[in-house]
Structure formats: structure tokens, C-alpha cells
Design a binder for this molecule. Sequence first.
Ligand SMILES: [Zn+2]
Length: 153
Amino acid sequence: MSDFVVSVIPTDPRWQPAPEAADACADLLRALLYPEEPDPEVEIGWYDRVAIVHPHENLQHVTCPRCGREISDWFDGLAEEAEERQGLTELEATVPCCGARIPLTGLRHDWPCGFARFEIAAWNPERQPLSGADLTALGEALGHAVRQIEAHI
Ligand SMILES: [Zn+2]
């Protein structure tokens, strides 16, 4: 059985909120995504290092912004390594296609992929995706602009 996860993350990969703001944002996310469900599965994640918030099955292609070649296998390896090491040690990498130094946030993903030290993950929400107005309200609760990553696991 597959799961759908909507993760809300700050737009700045290194930024973390105050704990009260994180709780307020999680409460709002519950209200937005689970209007009927009394006990939804919403997890707050704090990471020492920047984690890759991976869309899993939704992400099919990763290409190099410099030379345009497909580097999906390389990115999958990077994501596995980051998971084993509990995060990324740096936000730049040397890509295998053309040897360029590329900020990871500049890679071309065919489905949004995130990089964050803070995440609120909503599992199998009753509705998705979040609207622009939802994201604005969540950002105000958190104290920083946010984006959503939709994963299919
Ligand atoms: Zn390249």
C-alpha cells in the first residue's frame, strides 16, 4: 500500500523555527488537511544537518542545470548517503555529468524536492495539495515563508 505525504518546509534550507511556532504551524496544518480526521498522523522533524525532503515515486528525473544531462541515479545515491549520515554535510556537489560545482537547490527536478532542517510531514491527508493562501497562512504561523513537497512513497 502506498502513502501520500505532504511536507511543509521553510524556503531557507538552514532555517529552524521557535518550538512554539512549530507547534502552531503543525496545528494549522492539521486543521487544513484533515477537516474530519480526529487523530491525524502529523510529524514534526528537527534535523541537525540539512536533510533531503524527497518526493520519492513522484520524482522521476533529475537533470544538470549546466549541461542538461540526466543525473537521477547519482542523485538517488546522494539521497541514500544523506539518509545514512543523517543529513547533508554541504549544500553543493560536484555533478558526475560535466564536473561542475552545483548548489543542490539549483538541480532540475521534474517534481519539487526539498532541502530543510525542519519539516512538518502530514501522512495521507484528506485533501492536498495546499493552496497558495494555505502556504501563506502556514508561513505566518511558522515565522518564515514555506513551501510544500508532495511525496508518494
Ligand atoms: Zn552537467
